[in-house]
Design a protein around this ligand. Structure first.
Ligand SMILES: Cc1cc2nc3c(=O)[nH]c(=O)nc-3n(C[C@H](O)[C@H](O)[C@H](O)COP(=O)(O)OP(=O)(O)OC[C@H]3O[C@@H](n4cnc5c(N)ncnc54)[C@H](O)[C@@H]3O)c2cc1C
Length: 379
């Protein structure tokens, strides 16, 4: 076992840290306040190769490993989880899905611009009636021979308005239940595609979350991903890797809040001494540091398994479950350590506390992760 990061991994971590501090930190409070999508910053992240980190360079990606991806996600999420969710969706769900299951033609046409950051993508699985139970797809994809006709509504879609390329999950054959579900690549500007209003959210307010409706949308057959009926499997496999991304996002939110609390505890004085000298505060910091280190190890283990070509489903679910749970407690304690100053926007920790909550909900709620984990351990 080797816990040493390589020179390359350390360089990626530093580049992500510098980017977060120099490009994302200025303006992050205003973007959160006004729900402004970090368009310029995402463009730069793409230019630096952070939107197609694990994609083969021959398809426009950076050819890095999953460990580097975890390191970069942590650094970006420490400062701006609205930017890191764009990174996570584009890398783990969209690019990975296309690179792993797309045809050569699909890769050339869609993966190259997505991995090189010229365009961004979105993953459209959830519906008003199909969240945790993703088999209940109401969006239909009627097989018309050389094309499909899509009808239905997707909701909660990250990058809903800013993406150019959608990966859409829809039901073709209801009788076959989840084996009758397909996945499609759909251009956002296809006639019949309508982007709904932006959701007004508790956290990750800079990310653009929209419902998307499809009315008689014609999708050529060559835009289906995989064999007929592969869509549900595609979604589950893709989300399996996505969980490493969201686990790392939760880790970053927690470690960002912890670093701010640690610094503040060395500056703020109460009862004639820095508050770090009060054992109640020091013990909080000890608990936070231990939880963060545990979450980091779980994220890195899941990424390592992925890099080794081994099954990472269980490790990814454990990492997401644990990291998202501790992101709640760590950010909450970070606000507590800041006292009243933690409750106002200028000190950042209240935003991190709000941002943390989503990591327990999307890409499989904590309860869904426990279903995945218990199924495996009870086998
Ligand atoms: C900001 C945001 C961004 C999102 N981005 C995307 C995106 O880009 N693409 C996309 O497709 N989706 C996206 N989602 C949707 C997200 O994945 C779903 O909200 C999530 O899967 C939960 O589904 P639901 O909201 O329908 O809740 P439900 O499935 O209705 O769950 C409600 C509650 O019941 C619990 N529950 C449900 N079933 C069980 C069970 N069997 N056992 C125990 N408890 C259960 C859940 O854990 C939860 O606590 C996003 C959501 C949000 C809020």
């Amino acid at each position: 076992m080797n816990f040493q990061l390589s020179e390359e991994q350390l360089a990626v971590q530093k580049a992500a840290r510098d980017f977060a501090q120099n490009e994302l930190l200025p303006g992050v409070i205003e973007r959160d306040e006004h729900q402004k999508f970090p368009a310029e910053q995402i463009k730069k992240l793409g230019e630096l190769g952070f939107l197609g980190m694990m994609v083969d360079p021959k398809y426009g990606g950076s050819g890095m490993d999953a460990i580097s991806y975890v390191l970069a996600m942590e650094e970006i999420s420490k400062v701006d989880a609205s930017a890191s969710v764009v990174m996570s969706v584009n890398n783990s769900l969209v690019c990975w899905g296309l690179e792993t299951y797309g045809t050569e033609e699909q890769k050339q046409k869609y993966l190259v611009p997505l991995a090189s950051g010229q365009l961004i993508g979105a993953f459209l699985l959830s519906e008003p009636e199909a969240g945790s139970d993703a088999t209940s797809q109401r969006t239909t994809a009627e097989d018309k021979g050389d094309h499909y006709i899509l009808n239905g509504i997707k909701n909660w879609i990250t990058n809903g308005n800013s993406a150019s390329t959608y990966l859409v999950i829809a039901q073709t054959d209801v009788a076959k239940k989840h084996k009758g579900i397909n996945a499609f690549i759909v251009d956002k500007n296809t006639p019949g595609v309508t982007v709904g209003a932006k959701e007004n959210k508790l956290g990750i307010r800079g990310s653009d979350t929209h419902s998307i409706s499809f009315q008689d949308v014609k999708v050529p057959k060559e835009n289906r991903i995989g064999e007929d009926g592969f869509g549900f499997n595609f979604a589950m496999k893709t989300l399996g890797g996505g969980r490493i991304g969201i686990a790392s996002q939760a880790l970053g939110i927690a470690s960002g809040a912890y670093e701010l609390a640690l610094k503040y505890s060395k500056e703020r004085k109460a009862f004639g001494t820095e508050i770090m000298n009060h054992q109640a505060v020091a013990f909080k910091l000890a608990d936070m540091a231990t939880q963060i280190e545990t979450a980091r190890l779980l994220c890195l283990k899941a990424a390592w398994l992925k890099d080794q070509g081994q099954d990472y489903t269980l490790a990814g679910s454990m990492a997401k479950l644990y990291a998202s749970e501790i992101a709640q407690s760590v950010t909450n304690e970070a606000v507590q350590i800041h006292g009243g100053y933690g409750y106002v926007k200028e000190f950042h920790v209240e935003r991190l506390m709000r941002d943390a909550k989503i990591t327990q909900i999307y890409e499989g709620t904590s309860e869904v992760q426990k279903i995945v984990i218990s199924r495996t351990v009870l086998k």
